[in-house]
Design a protein around this ligand. Structure first.
Ligand code: NDP
Length: 502
């Protein structure tokens, strides 16, 4: 149960540096409130400064030698303990996510499960982490590769998956022997503290994981600019990610950025309409549309447009909007005042651009709605590809619908945005499904399934403005968080002539 200023003193949470829960050098904290209950203060968190960030970097540097030289299977044992602790604390973690980020509790439980899956998968890498051997072109020579950690890495994360996204960066980083500084989004530090507690309880040595809360513009930037930080894994907006990638390149760091999306579903006339409707409604309005893989556009083949629209509006109207803690809630509040402002602004833009508001569109007020940031699930039709609502990431429960005469036109519309994260087609026609797979511009392609989701042992990420640098998760995660070293051993008895050329 969340505390309120009137009933219980609000707890103050600290940074975690070098194995100690530490106050910021600023001496300042900031409050976090719940999106479903603006009056409920969940805690006070450190307003850290660049000096705190550099202290965390120094702690990570000091811990690096010990952790990098711990055998990977022994590092895995810490992750297995974290997995067990997370299982035991999963209800508490899920409730923290719902209180702080706002998503329905069932989604929050799914998020914790996802984090556990990645920790389990990464721990298994402790007994793989393969290099390879290959024949040398020279006699009496052995040639092979091994992996080494990058060193100190920064993990900079958004608020929409405050446990799963940090976990899917941290677990592979840790198994590869790196030490970390974790900079969560300013509006979700509570989940970050809990996740850090899990790793502390699992026995991670001091300094291997450090947590710093506070503003990205100063704290995050100090990490990006620090010469000691050799790798950066970022998820968030394309604008900030682009800046981090450029700055990282200038300083020759390894950087991966997972960024925005404008994901489209194509609905072909031969599809199972009922199945498609389920996937589209879930993709567009589940987690209040605040997923990078959310369905933001639907492109419908014209023969089935009218019957699809009729059923889409009917199903959307049945969604229950409310507090994420209530078991019957389908669509919970947006995560912050700033998200609410952005979404309402885009709804206004859609109307001004001449799109037809087919459903929703209102800021919900009155009763419990006054306590949080609620918007009706919203559908725009008569949308054309050049409109802003067709091009820009809204990150809320707003779906734009397009009509297309055939698959080719639908793919053209799908590809007409700067993003390329996730995509989906609904069809029973195998040749058309393959034509789609081969031409759609997206890092993740679904057939007869929503744009959402992904499994931790497969790569996750996007094309174009949706992602840059190596993919996350899957074996690619080990590629990102390690350096490959090539080893040649000459065991010949005599000196080699002539000497190698390069
Ligand atoms: P941001 O890109 O602003 O923030 C993501 C992370 O980067 C946060 O931890 C943030 O800290 C940090 N950060 C901000 N500025 C800097 C900087 N100069 N240097 C280093 N780190 C920095 O995303 P928001 O969370 O503000 O969301 C804005 C929009 O981004 C959303 O509306 C959505 O469109 C998109 N987004 C996409 C996501 C995805 O998964 N693809 C996830 C989240 C957002 P702080 O919180 O302190 O600002």
């Amino acid at each position: 149960m969340a505390s309120t200023p009137e009933t219980t003193p609000v707890a103050t949470y600290r940074n975690y540096i070098g194995g100690q829960w530490t106050e910021s050098q600023s001496g300042r904290t900031y409050p976090i409130t719940s999106p479903a209950s603006k009056q409920t203060v969940l805690g006070e968190f450190q307003t850290s400064t660049p000096a705190d960030a550099l202290q965390a970097v120094a702690a990570a540097e000091a811990a690096l030698e010990g952790w990098a030289n711990t055998p990977a299977p022994a590092r895995a044992q810490v992750l297995y303990r974290a997995l067990e602790i997370m299982g035991r604390r999963s209800d508490e973690l899920a409730r923290t996510i719902t209180l702080e980020e706002g998503k329905p509790l069932a989604d929050a439980r799914g998020e914790v499960r996802r984090a556990m899956n990645i920790i389990e998968y990464a721990a298994g890498e402790g007994r793989r982490m393969f290099g390879y051997t290959t024949p040398s072109e020279l006699p009496s020579t052995v040639a092979y590769t091994v992996r080494r950690p990058l060193g100190v890495v920064a993990i900079i994360t958004p608020w929409n998956f405050p446990i799963a996204i940090p976990a899917w960066k941290m677990a592979p980083a840790l198994i590869c022997g790196n030490t970390l500084i974790f900079k969560p989004a300013s509006i979700t530090p509570f989940s970050a503290v809990k996740l850090t507690e899990v790793f502390e309880e699992a026995g991670l040595p001091p300094g291997v994981l450090n947590l710093i809360t506070g503003p990205g513009g100063s704290v995050g930037n100090a990490l990006v600019e620090s010469e000691a930080v050799r790798g950066i894994s970022f998820t968030g907006s394309t604008e900030i990610g682009t800046g981090i990638y450029a700055e990282g390149a200038r300083r020759l760091k390894k950087v991966q950025c997972e960024m925005g999306g404008k994901n489209a579903v194509i609905l072909l006339a031969d599809a199972d309409l009922d199945k498609a409707l389920g996937g589209i409604v879930q993709g567009a309005f589940g987690s209040t549309g605040q997923r990078c893989t959310a369905t933001s556009r639907v492109i419908v083949e014209e023969e089935v447009y009218d019957s699809f629209m009729e059923q889409l509006v009917e199903r959307t109207g049945r969604l229950k909007v409310g507090d994420g803690m209530a078991p019957d809630t389908d669509v919970s509040p947006l995560s912050s005042q700033s998200q609410l402002d952005t979404v309402l602004e885009y709804i206004g833009v859609g109307a001004e651009e001449g799109a037809n508001l087919a459903s929703g569109g209102r800021h919900l007020t009155g009763g419990e709605f006054d306590q949080g940031y609620y918007v009706e699930p919203t559908i725009f039709t008569d949308v054309t590809p050049e409109m802003r609502i067709a091009q820009e990431e809204i990150f809320g429960p707003v779906l734009t619908v397009f009509k297309a005469k055939d698959l080719e036109e639908a793919v053209q519309i799908s590809n007409s945005v700067k993003f390329g994260l996730s995509s989906s087609v609904y069809t029973r026609d195998l040749p058309r499904a393959y034509r789609y797979i081969n031409t759609v511009e997206a890092g993740m392609v679904h057939v007869n399934a929503p744009t959402l989701g992904g499994e931790v042992h497969l790569p996750f990420g996007g094309l174009k403005a949706s992602g840059v640098g190596q993919r996350e998760q899957g074996v690619e995660a080990v590629d990102f968080f390690s350096e490959v070293i090539t080893v040649y051993i000459d065991y010949a008895d005599e000196a080699r002539t002539p000497a190698p050329f390069i």
